[in-house]
Design a protein around this ligand. Structure first.
Ligand SMILES: [Zn+2]
Ligand SMILES: [Zn+2]
Length: 283
């Protein structure tokens, strides 16, 4: 009888937590296996991503933030294009193995990854699309439309390296917006601190910034009667649905938690909350 391989020494915390989650909730196994594969390939690349070529002087950062423009422009992201091509391809392969990508989309990704002339402008388009309109925001191009979840994973090592560098120098005070102060991306998770503040977490670069405890990050609705909130039975996770724009954001409630938030783990642990939100008409 084959025994499962023991975890390797010094396995990163997030992967240890994911394996534990798989034991506790085997119905999440497919999503967890995919997440572990993605994290492993991302870590391999991230260890060699250099610092972004931006001015990290706190006074300079504060000035940029006060202007309401996300700090990081596309040209400042330290992308190694052969690493990115590797990540695009291997993310697509992992998603195909776990049936998380449509065959048509898989073929589109293959075509993009093969053609450097097309890949670079497509990635730039994806990055800039999420920024506020005055900072270059727009609709994503048809070439990349539908592939956003994959591009987000492939770009993660480069973007989170930038986010870590910026977060070491600023707390983003004076950034009241619902989109990310570093890359302009949307939040897809949040954490409630023991002091009952709420930090939003960027879906792209994983930056965290303080935001109103209640208001919707998308339409800024702050009317308590138009926000529907529900929690998991253990109280560890919450979800706030906006009854005006119907978007929702999940939260890790650090007031009752035995550990810190780990977005790559907590996003998977809350897939049942996503399902509940969709069932109630949120998106
Ligand atoms: Zn971001
Ligand atoms: Zn809203």
């Amino acid at each position: 009888m084959d025994k499962p391989a023991p975890p390797t020494r010094a396995e990163p915390r997030e992967i240890v937590e994911l394996r534990q989650l798989k034991d506790d909730q085997p119905e999440l196994a497919t999503a967890i296996d995919l997440q572990i594969e993605l994290l492993q390939m991302q870590r391999r690349v991230q260890s060699r991503v250099p610092l972004p070529s931006i001015d990290l002087d706190p006074a300079h950062l504060d000035k940029a933030l006060a202007a309401g423009t996300p700090i990081l422009t596309f040209d400042q992201i330290p992308i190694d294009w052969s690493d990115l091509r590797f990540l695009v391809r291997s993310t697509a392969d992992a998603m195909r193995t776990h049936e998380a990508i449509e065959p048509d989309d898989y073929r589109r990704v293959e075509g993009l990854a093969r053609d450097a002339e097309r890949l670079a402008p497509a990635i730039r388009n994806w990055y800039d699309a999420a920024r506020p309109a005055p900072a270059g925001g727009h609709e994503v191009s048809p070439e990349i439309a539908g592939l956003e979840p994959l591009v987000l994973q492939a770009m993660r090592p480069f973007l989170s390296r930038c986010a870590d560098a910026v977060m070491a120098r600023t707390l983003f005070q004076g950034w009241p917006h619902g989109n990310c102060p570093v890359c302009g991306g949307e939040p897809d998770f949040s954490v409630i601190t023991p002091a009952a503040e709420r930090l939003l977490i960027c879906s792209r670069c994983t930056s965290r910034w303080r935001f109103d405890q209640l208001a919707c990050p998308w339409c800024l609705n702050g009317d308590r009667s138009k926000i529907t909130s529900f929690a998991t039975r253990d109280g560890l996770y919450r979800l706030n649905g906006c009854d005006v724009c119907l978007r929702y954001v999940k939260a890790f409630d650090g007031r009752h938690a035995p550990r810190q938030v780990i977005p790559s783990v907590d996003a998977i642990a809350t897939l049942t909350l996503d399902a509940a939100a969709v069932q109630r008409g949120y998106r």
